[in-house]
Write a protein of this length. Structure first.
Length: 326
């Protein structure tokens, strides 16, 4: 049986927005939620943690219906983008805030363990204002875990930090999640972050689930152009350009599936002759090349900058997503 079940959840903001979804999660799973701004990511977390109530539907954790439970009784942890620590308390007091019914020595022992878990041993007596942004977010994580939540929700926890630190801390969070086995729902606007750490990814689309699956599945077999474009680069091409196909049907092709002027083409490759190079950008490890074929734009990678205006594109047939819908 699933650990978390959201059954036909609806939240209606009349005239503005409707959230409408069902999904379930296993215990110990890390699910990342991505989607455009305003697609309902934060609304979903509000319903789960109980700061807002669904108009319809049930939320069940471990077989218990929690839809009508208060925030306190749900035992769901939250970590937000802004570091919501108590500035007047030191680190230890912040972490111990959510621990209930434990004797002082036990609280202190657990605090030491939690600080070790987030890689900040010995920070017990630091003041909140002395912490860097990355340290504050680790303490917020330790505090959330201290209350032994049944599920931990994270809403863009790293958005306020710079890119290298974000990259490091996402790995730290994933490692902590694996070590503790906590079930996590992690909202991010960064698809690379989602792909890097998630067991499964949910793509939100206008209050509904556009797609849900493993990162590999969603990236390689997008079920719509919306999901395909939101999860990476790629090109939509009329099917009739690559095979006899169906009129008005589109196929979708990721740039890695294309090779420019391939020297040893396979019999199975689809070839588009005389594509016109529009521009190429050096990315550090290769070139990102934009091309035009008939009336469509196509992107591809290349290890060298194309030296002619017209090139031939070789596309791996097994990497083409057929008849993709909007
Ligand atoms: P995301 O986190 O994906 O950016 P949100 O869940 O915050 O999106 O918002 C989804 C939509 O719901 C937005 O259009 C937002 O304006 C609307 N919304 C959120 N909360 C409320 C509310 N309390 N009342 C009315 N509309 C709301
Ligand atoms: Mg949000």
């Amino acid at each position: 049986m699933a650990y978390l079940e959201c059954r036909d959840i609806k939240r209606i903001f009349p005239g503005k927005f409707t959230l409408d979804l069902s999904f379930s999660m296993d215990k110990g799973e890390l699910m990342c939620v991505i989607g455009p701004s305003g697609s309902g990511k934060s609304t979903l977390l509000s319903l789960l943690c109980g700061v807002d109530d669904p108009d319809e539907g049930r939320i069940v954790i471990d077989g218990t219906d929690i839809t009508d439970l208060s925030i306190q009784k749900r035992r769901i942890g939250m970590v937000f983008q802004d570091f919501s620590l108590f500035p007047s308390m030191d680190v230890a007091a912040n972490i111990q805030y959510g621990m209930r019914g434990l004797e002082k020595p036990e609280k202190e022992r657990r605090t030491t363990d939690l600080l070790q878990l987030v890689g900040l041993d010995g920070y017990e007596n630091r003041r909140v204002h002395e912490l860097s942004g990355g340290e504050a977010q680790r303490i917020a994580l330790a505090r959330a875990i201290a209350s032994e939540p049944r599920i931990l929700l994270l809403d863009e926890p790293l958005s306020a930090l710079d890119a290298p630190l974000r990259k490091h801390l996402r790995t730290v969070i994933r490692q902590i999640q694996k070590n503790t086995g906590i079930t996590m729902i992690y909202v991010t606007h960064d698809r690379e972050e989602a792909f890097a750490i998630a067991d499964r990814v949910m793509v939100m689309r206008g209050g509904r689930i556009g797609a849900i699956g493993t990162p590999q599945d969603i990236y390689n077999n997008p079920n719509s152009l919306f999901v395909a474009r939101f999860t990476g680069e790629g090109s939509a091409i009329p099917m009739t350009y690559i095979s006899r196909g169906i009129k008005d049907s589109m196929v979708f092709i990721r740039p890695e599936a294309i090779e420019i002027n391939k020297t040893n083409p396979s019999e199975d490759d689809v070839v588009l002759k005389d594509a016109v190079v529009q521009n190429s950008e050096f990315t550090g490890s290769e070139y990102f090349v934009r091309l035009k074929y008939k009336d469509v734009y196509i992107s591809a990678y290349s290890s060298v900058r194309p030296d002619s205006e017209k090139v031939d594109l070789y596309i791996r047939r097994d990497r083409i997503t057929d008849t993709i819908a909007e």
